[in-house]
Design a protein around this ligand. Structure first.
Ligand SMILES: Nc1ncnc2c1ncn2[C@@H]1O[C@H](COP(=O)(O)OP(=O)(O)OP(=O)(O)O)[C@@H](O)[C@H]1O
Ligand SMILES: [Mg+2]
Length: 208
């Protein structure tokens, strides 16, 4: 039996984690067996790699080292969590996946972007069935992010321009494949949830 693989994407503070929990709860009301997990991380070894990525100074890794750390974490998560759950028929929701690496680590340099796409093909090999991209004004999301107390601030330290570039990257990416659905994240949590549910319920053919 094969499950479904749904990913949540969007810039920092766009509401991915909030909406992931809402979506999980709603799907469970419909009797679905749901796993909500996140990247980088989602399982012990991958969470250890996450800490290397999200904490500390922004220039602590070279571009390529950073990409390899993301893929080491992703591969471990894939083997230990994602594939077993999908193979059991679960609906797997993952907070960030390879699209994040394309947007962030591949943002300025076409060679790095190509490297990410090639690595993804060779060491990951699965493509989400549906990707919800939460689009938001970066000023808004950055304020949300900074109002949180967290030791995971490394990427927030890249600042507004970095988030704005990422946002534009996501908008362009959304046009490249039917699996992408752009969601307006500038609305209330409930409204955003409604928009996401509208897409997901149709995708899974669930009656509202
Ligand atoms: N639609 C919304 N309106 C107002 N506040 C929101 C909304 N969605 C989320 N928030 C709040 O904004 C903050 C960031 O939300 P959340 O953690 O879900 O974003 P995220 O995309 O997962 O961020 P990150 O990329 O940093 O993990 C949280 O404090 C959350 O409660
Ligand atoms: Mg989050």
């Amino acid at each position: 039996m094969s499950g479904k693989f749904i990913t949540l994407e969007g810039i920092d503070g766009s509401g991915k984690t909030t909406q992931g929990f809402f979506l999980k709860n709603k799907l469970e009301e419909f009797g679905k067996d749901v796993l909500f997990t996140r990247e980088p991380g989602g399982v012990k070894g991958a969470e250890e790699i996450r800490n290397l990525l999200v904490q500390g100074e922004k220039d602590r890794w070279s571009n390529i080292t950073e990409i390899l750390l993301f893929f080491a974490s992703r591969r471990h998560h894939l083997e230990k969590v994602l594939l077993p759950a999908i193979n059991k028929g679960k609906v797997v929701i993952c907070d960030r996946f390879t699209d994040s690496t394309i947007i962030y680590q591949g943002r300025e340099n076409i060679h790095l972007k190509k490297m990410i796409i090639e690595l993804n093909k060779s060491v990951i090999g699965i493509v989400p069935d549906l990707t919800l991209i939460i689009d938001i004004d970066p000023t808004k999301s950055l304020n949300r992010g900074l109002s949180r107390k967290s030791d995971e601030m490394r990427f927030e330290r890249f600042g507004l321009e970095f988030q704005a570039t990422a946002r534009n990257g996501y908008i362009s990416l959304a046009k490249t494949d039917k699996r992408y659905q752009l969601i307006d994240g500038n609305n209330s949590k409930d409204k955003v949830h409604q928009m996401i549910w509208n897409k997901v319920s149709k995708f899974l053919s669930l009656k509202l």
